[in-house]
Design a protein around this ligand. Sequence first.
Ligand code: PEP
Length: 261
Amino acid sequence: MTKKPPFIAGNWKMHMTISQAVALVLKVKDLIRGVGNVEIAIAPPFTALYHINYLLAESSIRLCGQDVFWEKNGAYTGAISPEMLKDVGCQYVIIGHSERRQYFNETDEIVNKKVLTSLKEGLKPILCVGESLEQREDGKTIQIVRRQVIEGLNNISPGQMQDVVIAYEPVWAIGTGRTAKPEQAEEVHNSIRELLYETFNLDSVKETRIIYGGSVKSNNIDSLMAQPNIDGALVGGASLSAEEFSRIVKFEKIQANGNRQ
Ligand code: PEP
């Protein structure tokens, strides 16, 4: 089985007009030229996807949606289907981001419906999970994250697992400048990996990318990536700077070893 490369995705959230997005992606493309052994994705706002898809035609950078609806098509005003995202060039889609859970009342059940439809339509989900500060302080981190993973992946077939990326994003670390300590993140990632083994009984879950998100910057990516179960990063704020995002994707291990062990 070939080892999957680390996965680093930039979530631009509700930022960037089309012209700003074009300028940013051109800069990122330029700065990461020649970087190998890492899979890079960007998630611009829906309005910029069409233009960016053209600009990425000759690039290895993948395009990612920030959200998706769970129905294939129909009378769902304002919603975007997996087919539409694929049509505009997306291979990945972020599902269950804590901002969607918080501001759009997304439950684990909704998240699961989105994951199932995306997989069925050939779009790879990045399933986001993570505890609030209160839940961490109550000692409930592992319990909460495990529940979100189990419910988010409910009814997924073992074969579909190869297309799933899981992003552990402690809510208290998103956009706050507070990053989980590498050991804190590793503890959760390890527990997610164990859970995947228990659930799917598959050796291939060793290959499932479990990425970390929460104030990732160029000055903390190396220590995070040094952890055995951290396979990449979901980067929010720092992905809006081409220079900073390119420094993150060139994290130490790739530069030093050409590959991650
Ligand atoms: C995110 O939006 O997924 C995220 C991790 O944001 P930030 O890097 O800004 O904390």
